[in-house]
Design a binder for this molecule. Structure first.
Ligand code: ARG
Length: 586
């Protein structure tokens, strides 16, 4: 199947072809002048230009051929050659009935691509903070979207576990507890099984160490050395690294789990360490890596660059691998393991230059196999002061605290609105959790990912306006209608030709495949957020205008219930693609 405008495009394109014109010009879209028609085709203008004919004359010929078809109620021309089209009510209900029996709600299938998505990036030993929130929310939505459209997706968390922060922590621990066996060169093992530090201690050690390194060059030098030694395989440091990794992993899984974000692979930068040596060797041999003051770099600038693109630093003079090095080796790993068609990086837009360098180097050396690499950047979530969001005390907000804050705010709203007051405490808490997460995710995903947005808790949790809670409420209301109908033994039936006030709902339902495919092509989940909001509004208008449960004509009642059920499926699909869960009742 396809969308309504997709189905019409096929019909109109055939007419263009019959007239000896390029069928590409037969594209039909929902009308931006609903007063003139439900759909429009503007292709006569471009076709006329190409064929050196009068656009109005072409539009007239197309319209004449379309008039002969049974599905149109109205065809009119406007301006120099715009064609307005409206479907008969029978054609509309025919499409709605097909949708009702289509598992995919009209979204066509496709040949699967293998797509690796990289949307984690949380760092070992550092608490996950709101900076990682957007990557997770947007990446999870994209993973679900790609999977639904038909690709084979692999979500990789790609933790930050191999950089300078590891050396900072190791050297800080060495200063605090020099007696630990990990620091004795003569120690012959085995090292203790239990970690010498908890994750809470790590979360204190890292910022202290980072601040000390920033303030003191000698202290920084110690951290650099420890990083290089770790990477070169010093056993005590590797053993410590493993402890840090294990204790961090536990909280990381808990945090991503609480957000409802799934990963297929829990690999990190360190995972590709064994690939770095051979890769660097190959890059040297190919003459792609150049020596520069003791370091190895890859020049990636091109003559037509508008801004200067500095060389990628492959190996520092102390032998340490860099962020770019692990990213390049990760491409090698992914090509070996998954041989993907695409690798998508959902990472802060401020890392754009980094990815430009990495992609250019990978292509120069042919490391990427057949994979197309794309950086899907995103903006920052800001506080009301316009700066990246912080706690009231000015610190970084931990993800866990943010989720608790959302749940509490949702609970307050539920109380205020008197929602679910008669449910037991556990169910109310579960509803509040879903409403809070929906508020957070929808607020994020309803913006284009590149845009910055302001964290506005009060607005996010409102049940009115373009919010997550509004959409949950819309879906839950339909569930309640269907439950009540079921209780009076009324079930959805065949959809009848709509009355004028019902047409818009069918038109909106018929547009879902366009929203999904636009979101897919543009890697823009906000297209789905916009669609879901529009559909909920259209349904609300419909609901205010028509009796449903009290409709005495049974055939009509069943038809309306079927429209309700279809709307619910479209809303639930849209929300699930955004990673948003809908409660059973509210
Ligand atoms: N760990 C990095 C950070 O916190 C993000 C990693 C993003 N993914 C990647 N392949 N570089 O900034």
């Amino acid at each position: 199947m396809s969308s309504l405008s997709g189905a019409l495009t096929e019909v109109v394109a055939r007419v263009f072809a019959d007239l000896g014109l390029d069928p590409e010009f037969g594209r039909v879209t929902p009308s931006n002048r609903p007063d003139l028609g439900q759909f429009q085709c503007n292709g006569a203008l471009a076709a006329a230009k190409a064929a050196k004919q009068n656009p109005r004359a072409i539009a007239e010929q197309v319209a004449a051929k379309l008039q002969a078809l049974p599905q149109f109620r109205d065809i009119s021309l406007a301006g120099p050659g715009f064609i307005n089209l409206s479907l008969t009510d029978a054609a509309l209900s025919g499409h709605a009935n097909k949708l009702a029996s289509d598992e995919r709600l009209g979204v066509p299938g496709k040949e699967p691509l293998v797509v690796v998505l990289d949307y984690g990036g949380a760092n070992i030993a550092k608490a996950m903070h709101v900076g990682h929130l957007r990557a997770a929310i947007i990446g999870e939505a994209l993973r679900r979207l790609f999977l639904f459209v038909g690709d084979d997706t692999i979500g990789d968390v790609h933790m930050g576990d191999w950089g300078l922060q590891m050396g900072m922590i190791i050297s800080e621990l060495e200063i605090r507890r020099p007696d630990l066996p990990y620091f004795k060169a003569s120690f012959e093992g085995p090292y203790p099984n239990a970690s010498p530090v908890t994750v809470e201690e790590l979360e204190e050690i890292y910022p202290t160490a980072a601040a000390a390194c920033k303030a003191d060059l000698a202290r920084m030098e110690k951290a650099r050395l420890a990083t290089a030694e770790l990477q070169q395989g010093r056993p005590g440091y590797r053993a410590l690294w493993q402890h840090f990794f294990d204790v961090s992993m536990e909280t990381m899984k808990r945090d991503y789990g609480a957000l409802g974000v799934h990963f297929d692979l829990w690999k990190g930068e360190a995972h590709v360490d064994p690939l770095i040596g051979p890769m660097v060797e190959k890059l040297k041999q190919m003459g792609i890596a150049h020596q520069d003051k003791g370091a190895w770099i890859i020049p990636v600038a091109k003559p037509d660059d508008k801004a200067e693109i500095p060389p990628l630093i492959l190996v520092k003079s102390d032998g340490a691998a860099m962020y770019s090095t692990t990213d390049l080796a990760t491409i090698v790993d992914r090509v070996q393991e998954q041989n993907p068609d695409e690798i998508l990086y959902v990472v802060d837009q401020r890392q754009h230059l980094h990815f430009e360098q990495v992609f250019r180097a990978a292509i120069l050396a042919g490391l990427n196999g057949k994979a197309k690499m794309e950086h899907l950047g995103f903006g920052t979530m800001n506080g009301k002061d316009g700066k990246p969001f912080k706690t009231r005390e000015g610190g970084v907000m931990k993800l866990q605290d943010l989720i608790a804050m959302m749940t509490n705010a949702a609970m307050e709203r539920l109380n205020e609105q008197g929602i679910g007051t008669d449910y037991d405490e556990a169910e109310r808490r579960e509803i509040a959790r879903k409403v809070g997460l929906a508020a957070l995710k929808f607020a994020d995903l309803s913006n284009h990912r590149i845009a910055n947005y302001v964290f506005d808790l009060d607005r996010f949790v409102r049940f009115e306006g373009k919010t997550g809670p509004y959409l949950l409420y819309a879906a839950v209301r339909i569930k309640s209608i269907l439950r009540k109908a079921e209780a009076q033994e009324d079930r959805p039936g065949s959809i009848l030709p709509p009355e004028p006030g019902e047409r818009d709902l069918i038109l909106a339902l018929g547009g879902l495949p366009d929203a999904v495919m636009d979101a897919y092509r543009e890697r823009a989940p906000n297209k789905i957020a916009d669609y879901a909001y529009g559909l909920a509004q259209t349904f609300s208008t419909y609901y205010n205008q028509f009796h449903i449960l009290s409709e005495p004509d049974k055939a009509l009642l069943r038809s309306r219930l079927a429209l309700c059920a279809l709307t619910l499926r479209a809303l639930e699909l849209s929300l699930s693609l955004l990673g948003i869960e809908v409660p059973e009742r509210m």
